[in-house]
Design a protein around this ligand. Structure first.
Ligand SMILES: Nc1ncnc2c1ncn2[C@@H]1O[C@H](COP(=O)(O)OP(=O)(O)OP(=O)(O)O)[C@@H](O)[C@H]1O
Ligand SMILES: [Mg+2]
Length: 263
């Protein structure tokens, strides 16, 4: 299987500090990765490289077979779907849900035209339906709840039929019901053999949907461990990653983690 993403010895240095520190990491086609790590660990920075919006200071990054720096990023970007709060802020609040998803087909965050192809509109409706947004097609993006906004963004990210889907904390800000609903939908996507390769950043093992296959643990810009979830997601590794004693449990196809009680 070919690599969707290959980072070799990648560092991102700002103000003399390595935000990402000599990271080597490969994502093969069809794999579904979770990136876990504390605030400020470098998770979003890694996703920004994977989305071709940030170039490494040193090291090499290859995305979908193309080397960053040696390829026109404007050809690469439509092949990558991304959802995250930074992108959500750039989406016009006055556009409807349907328009928000449709504009993705044309590689824009703004600019509604009336002459979209019917086939595109049908696709946008189908993705919104898959994300449970069919009842909100005409609502303005700015009036949506946090959960509805996240689901709209994921539908939007799928619209270009990406080969790689990047999700930055898709469940942040959701209530318990909203989180469980999203985990279920992401699980369905993760297990769909026709769905793109996926990388999802999260802070919580509870948000790992069934169907995700691999996990990368990052702390202070350095990769602690990366590999298949059952091997890597141990109490010892997660404790090291978050810097406190944690107990990780696996029940069925879901995960939980909690701190050890103080003695
Ligand atoms: N352009 C920049 N210049 C200087 N420092 C930056 C820049 N961008 C990010 N950082 C710093 O790099 C570190 C990693 O940031 P990043 O956003 O990747 O963390 P994260 O793991 O996504 O954190 P969180 O869980 O809080 O979202 C942080 O300490 C952040 O303050
Ligand atoms: Mg982040």
């Amino acid at each position: 299987m070919s690599d969707v993403l290959e980072l070799v010895d990648v560092s991102v240095v700002r103000d003399g500090r390595a935000l990402v520190d000599r990271v080597s990491w490969s994502v093969a086609e069809g794999e579904r990765w979770v990136i876990l790590g504390p605030n400020g660990a470098g998770k979003t920075t890694l996703l920004n490289i994977a989305s071709s919006y940030l170039f490494p200071t040193t090291g090499t990054a290859q995305i979908l077979g193309e080397k960053l720096g040696g390829v026109d990023v404007f050809e690469l970007r439509p092949r990558i779907g991304m959802a995250g709060s930074a992108l959500a802020e750039r989406l016009p609040r006055s556009q409807t849900v349907l328009q928000t998803v449709l504009t993705a087909a044309y590689g824009m965050t703004a600019g509604w035209q009336e002459d979209y192809e019917e086939v595109d509109e049908a696709r946008a409706r189908a993705f919104l339906d898959r994300l449970g947004m069919s009842d909100h097609l005409d609502r303005r993006f700015g009036t949506l709840s946090e959960g509805e906004r996240k689901r709209t963004q994921i539908a939007r990210a799928l619209m270009t039929d990406p080969e790689l889907l990047l999700l930055d904390e898709p469940a942040a800000g959701l209530d318990l019901g909203g989180r469980e609903d999203l985990v279920r939908r992401l699980g369905r996507l993760a297990r769909d053999p026709y769905a793109p390769s996926m990388i999802m950043v999260t802070h919580h093992v509870e948000e790992i949907a069934p169907g995700f296959t691999h996990v990368l643990l990052i702390r202070r810009g350095k990769v602690l461990e990366a590999g298949p979830i059952p091997e890597v997601l141990t109490s010892a590794n997660l404790s090291r990653c978050f810097g406190l004693p944690l107990v990780v449990e696996n029940r069925g196809d879901r995960w939980t983690a909690q701190g050890l009680p103080l003695t």
